[in-house]
Design a protein around this ligand. Structure first.
Ligand code: NAI
Length: 331
């Protein structure tokens, strides 16, 4: 897909951060944009901003882990624009940090529910509709076919001691994207998964959208940890710049987008790490490389504390009362 003008777009998590950046970019290019989000206030704010930019957007409040709500939102958007999306962008995501060994069922259920099952729900709901409407082989409605983009994370390529639910959700999403990329190729429907690192967004406050029935966590979360995350994300990549990287991958029908010049080097290191897991020598090499990686990560983990008021404390610790966790990993 190269021409976005007049295309029907559906963006999950479109009220904030990366999703709002996509709405601005593709809406600015003439796409008819639906943004869906769990937060009504954020939707209202985003719609006002899009309107001020002259973008015709529809906002729908929904929880993408709720299949009935998701189907109703898809129906509503289809009725509004006269067809299912030609450009489906699945961006909504959440994160929370703590030692893997402190994780509860609910930590996994919430993060995988949104990041993995939310995307699965999007695929199951929209793929049949998109094939029926935009199949290049049998259909004649849109000769450019259609495209599905998913925002994953660079975290998809590694395991992280303090981010297990998130990184496994993103690894699964990458795998899901590659499967659909192969499956939908004969229909002329492209699939792209984008893997960023740090984005200037509101994901530091994702915990505020965690539902009450999944509130039980093993992780220490406080105003201070939220502030720390906010100050890190304030230094992240601009969402519209990130959307431009996604647009280039969609135009070129590429299955993977990584918005950094040294993407290939980063991936080679990640894949080398997996090969190193196989041997004692490999694991020795890996220890040496860890130092280099830690240096590189500093670039992604800078903070801008001017954006927060109130306490700041490190994130990624377990709750204090989990006595089986090493003391240094506990609050
Ligand atoms: P954000 O928090 O600014 O935007 C995500 C949006 O998703 C929010 O508006 C939130 O209300 C919405 N959302 C959360 N749960 C939902 C649900 N159940 N149903 C509907 N909407 C829901 O965060 P950001 O950073 O823009 O996140 C976008 C994507 O980028 C996510 O998939 C995230 O994992 C990914 N990502 C973010 C990075 C970062 O540094 N911020 C780094 C790498 C990937």
């Amino acid at each position: 897909m190269k021409d976005f003008s007049g295309k029907i777009a559906f963006i999950t998590g479109g009220a904030s951060g990366a999703g709002l950046g996509q709405a601005k970019l593709f809406g600015g290019l003439g796409a008819k944009v639906t943004i869906v989000d769990i937060r009504q206030e954020a939707l209202d704010k985003a719609l006002a901003e899009l309107k001020s930019l002259g973008i015709d957007a529809l906002g729908i409040q929904m929880d993408l882990t709720n299949r009935e709500q998701y189907i109703a939102a898809a129906d509503k958007a289809e009725a509004h624009w006269g067809g299912p999306p030609q450009l489906l962008i699945q961006t909504a995501g959440v994160n929370t940090f703590g030692p893997a060994e402190a994780s509860t069922f609910e930590d996994f259920d919430w993060v995988l529910g949104v990041n993995l099952f939310g995307v699965i729900n999007g695929m199951v709901i929209f793929v049949p509709r998109m094939i029926k409407a935009y199949n290049k082989v049998n259909g004649t409605i849109n000769q450019e076919g259609a495209h599905i983009a998913i925002v994953s994370s660079l975290g998809a390529f590694s395991g992280f001691a303090t981010d297990a639910p998130y990184s496994c959700s993103k690894a699964a999403v990458n795998n899901l994207a590659y499967s659909y990329y192969e499956a939908l190729k004969p229909y002329g429907i492209g699939v792209t998964v984008q893997c960023p690192a740090n984005i200037n967004s509101n994901i530091g406050e994702a915990i505020l959208t965690r539902p009450a029935h999944l509130a039980n966590t093993g992780y220490h979360v406080s105003e201070g940890t939220i502030n720390m995350l906010k100050s890190i994300h304030a230094t992240g990549m601009d969402p519209v710049e990130l959307a431009k990287n996604l647009k280039a991958a969609i135009e070129n029908e590429l299955p993977l987008a990584i918005p950094y010049d040294n993407a290939e080097e980063m991936l080679q290191r990640e894949f080398r790490k997996v090969i190193q897991y196989l041997t004692v020598e490999g694991m020795r090499e890996q220890e040496e490389e860890k130092r280099k990686i830690a240096e590189e990560m500093k670039g992604f983990l800078q903070t801008d504390t001017s954006v927060v008021s109130g306490p700041i404390e490190p994130f990624g610790q377990a709750k204090s009362d989990l006595e089986w966790i090493l003391p240094e990993k506990r609050k």
